[in-house]
Design a protein around this ligand. Sequence first.
Ligand SMILES: Nc1ncnc2c1ncn2[C@@H]1O[C@H](COP(=O)(O)OP(=O)(O)OP(=O)(O)O)[C@@H](O)[C@H]1O
Ligand SMILES: [Mg+2]
Length: 137
Amino acid sequence: MALIILNNAEAAQAFAEGWSADLVGGEIFALHGVLGAGKTQLVKGLARGLGYQGDVTSPTFTIVHEYSGGRLPIYHLDLYRIADEKAALTLGIEEYLPSEGVTVIEWPERILGLLPPQTRHWELEVASLTERIIRKK
Ligand SMILES: Nc1ncnc2c1ncn2[C@@H]1O[C@H](COP(=O)(O)OP(=O)(O)OP(=O)(O)O)[C@@H](O)[C@H]1O
Ligand SMILES: [Mg+2]
């Protein structure tokens, strides 16, 4: 698969929902892309696919959001405000690399050196107001 065009936010969610069926726990998704690219939309879809019924929002002020109650827990990390790997380690981030559930990371660039090799990297590119291009990185 080279790239997939996501025509709107719902398409982005549906695409990520498709990831959920095969997950067994321990997976790590690194979501690359600029502010507003749609990273959180992907997390919403993944959470929906795992049967989580609550709200999914970017954990801007808390670093980690946990969504439990679905088939597997999701740990949603937003590292936008993390300066570097040292700061991330101080916050105990390695607990999620991997976790017993599914770890999804926004702004993984901040901790590239800490991400284990099994990490699945996805890149979102903004093509227009409503179009995104997603590809494996
Ligand atoms: N094709 C699309 N895919 C995903 N989001 C889209 C798409 N088209 C429009 N959008 C809109 O773009 C915005 C994406 O916001 P989102 O919070 O998911 O971005 P983000 O990458 O998580 O940004 P941040 O780094 O600020 O957390 C939403 O308002 C969404 O409705
Ligand atoms: Mg976000």
